[in-house]
Design a protein around this ligand. Structure first.
Ligand code: UDP
Length: 476
């Protein structure tokens, strides 16, 4: 298909429209997908939703793509609550407030593309959290594909959510958080790994249920589900999804490895100075610490984390992004005495070029909040993980990393408050002890498998070929 698309003179490139959810962990895989599709001969238009307070991706870094800004109508819900809850509310809000502006801009684009219909527009690939906007596209005659930016396993949990409630696993009772969930084999889940509401206040539960059921509906009503994962990593989960869903499933990951030259899609300025600092460190000596773009910690937990890191004695690179500490908008303050205790052996930045940090030979391990992008990036770099999930799908990702891939160590068994002694002990176990060698070896094996699946005959490349073919059949 891509050969036909790209075939020389007189052929206009067919166009793929992309609609990311404007959150860092959702934009990154969508832009990597955009680069993959562009390299295969498709023209790319990105609709960028612009609710207040969200940075837009820098269009000048992506001269090959067209950008259509979509402003949000009216006022936001003024969600209240903490940042996490505001993020949840923001997802529903962006669907509602961008519906009319998106319809208007998509209709204008279609008219320009071909007065008689969709013309050279192949389809819209939208984030699975944008059901309302996917409906708009379908009503205008544009086929849709849903990109879910989590793992296959976590989408399976989404799809099973109603069943888990009907069976009484959910809503989770405090006393049963460690009870096994046996209805999603072969995942070794406990109730705490599938509840999706960990980290959220009580009144966020309904919002989560709504988000999850909307994402499932978005997938079920689309022409296919695109997942940033790969067969060797999630074979059984993918097989189960293919059995349970009526739409085709395209596991095309790891997308960041398929588009290694893609320009960065970071919404925050990355501090590249830390790469030079890593250059000055011994091979496989540094603990990289980052909790992603949304997760937060209490001021007390920051102090415990800091002393755990300091007392471990290992070099570290720590991302302290603005807003990391709940209730403090500015950069997090490290405890008195921390600098003196760690002088010469640590670097702190507000945002890092994470993929490059993980690929750096000095990086030994990654203390992660287990967001799916971070988990996958770590897997692909062969870096073992210290797992400290915070919310949503993160506990399930951590469970897989620890129990199935055995390339990570759960901090404090996955629950409870951070405590400096436990942090120190876990870092030492991950960096020093026999377990560490095994985890590093298994992480290295995953890295090789990830590299295999993106070779020309690898599973993800073949699936990308299929993705193009699926579209051309639908057009026929
Ligand atoms: N990231 C980054 N610099 C940082 C921390 C994170 O570029 O200092 C990127 C990271 O590479 C990943 C994304 O931000 O692609 C975070 O996505 P993830 O799914 O791990 O977590 P989320 O932020 O959605 O919770």
């Amino acid at each position: 298909v891509h050969a036909a698309v790209a075939a020389g003179a007189g052929h206009r490139r067919r166009r793929v429209l992309l609609l990311p959810l404007p959150l860092q962990g959702h934009i990154n895989p969508m832009f990597h997908l955009a680069s993959v599709l562009h390299a295969r001969g498709f023209a790319v238009t990105v609709f960028h939703l612009q609710p207040a307070g969200v940075n837009a991706p820098d269009a000048s870094l992506h001269p090959a793509f067209d950008f259509v800004p979509v402003p949000a109508d009216g006022d936001g819900d003024g969600a209240g609550g903490d940042y996490l809850e505001a993020t949840l509310a923001g997802i529903l809000d962006v669907n509602r407030r961008c519906e009319a502006p998106f319809r208007e801009r998509l209709a204008a684009l279609l008219e320009e593309a071909a007065p008689a219909g969709c013309g050279d527009v192949a389809c819209l690939v939208a984030d699975a959290h944008l059901l309302t906007l996917m409906d708009v596209a379908r009503r205008l005659g544009v086929p849709t594909l849903a990109l879910r930016t989590g793992s296959a396993a976590s989408f399976r949990v989404f799809a099973a959510h109603r069943m888990l409630r009907d069976m009484g696993y959910l809503p989770a009772r405090e006393s049963e958080l460690d009870a096994p969930v046996t209805v999603l084999p072969p995942a070794p889940y406990r109730v705490r790994d599938v509840m999706l509401t960990a980290g959220f206040g009580g009144h966020a539960q309904d919002q989560i249920y709504e988000l999850v059921s909307r994402a499932v509906e978005a997938v079920r009503t689309s022409s296919g589900l695109i997942l940033n994962t790969f067969d060797a990593l999630e074979h059984d989960e993918l097989a189960a999804l293919r059995r349970d869903l009526d739409v085709p499933v395209f596991d095309v990951g790891p997308l960041h490895k398929l588009s290694p030259t893609a320009p960065p899609s970071s919404l925050l300025r990355q501090d590249r100075g830390c790469l030079e600092w890593l250059d000055s460190q011994a091979p496989a000596s540094v603990l990289y610490v980052s909790f992603g773009s949304i997760a937060s910690v209490s001021a007390g937990e920051l102090v415990e984390a800091a002393w755990g890191i300091a007392n471990s004695g290992h070099p570290f690179l720590w991302v302290l992004r603005p807003g990391l500490v709940r209730g403090a908008a500015a950069a997090a303050a490290l405890p008195d005495g921390f600098d003196a205790a760690t002088r010469g052996r640590g670097a702190v930045v507000s945002w890092a070029p994470q993929e490059e940090v993980l690929a750096h030979p000095a990086t030994a391990a990654f203390w992660t909040h287990c967001g799916w992008n971070s988990t996958l990036e770590s897997v692909c770099a062969g870096v073992p993980m210290l797992l400290r999930p915070c919310f949503g799908d993160q506990p399930g990702n951590a469970r897989y990393a620890e129990r199935v891939w055995r390339a990570g160590l759960a901090l404090d068994g996955g629950g409870g408050e951070l405590e400096r002694g436990k942090v120190e002990a876990a870092i030492r176990r991950l960096m020093e002890e026999d377990d560490a060698a095994g985890m590093r070896r298994r992480a290295g094996e995953l890295k090789s498998r990830a590299a295999e699946c993106i070779t020309k005959a690898g599973s993800s490349c073949l699936i990308i070929d299929k993705l193009g073919a699926a579209r051309s059949r639908a057009d026929a």
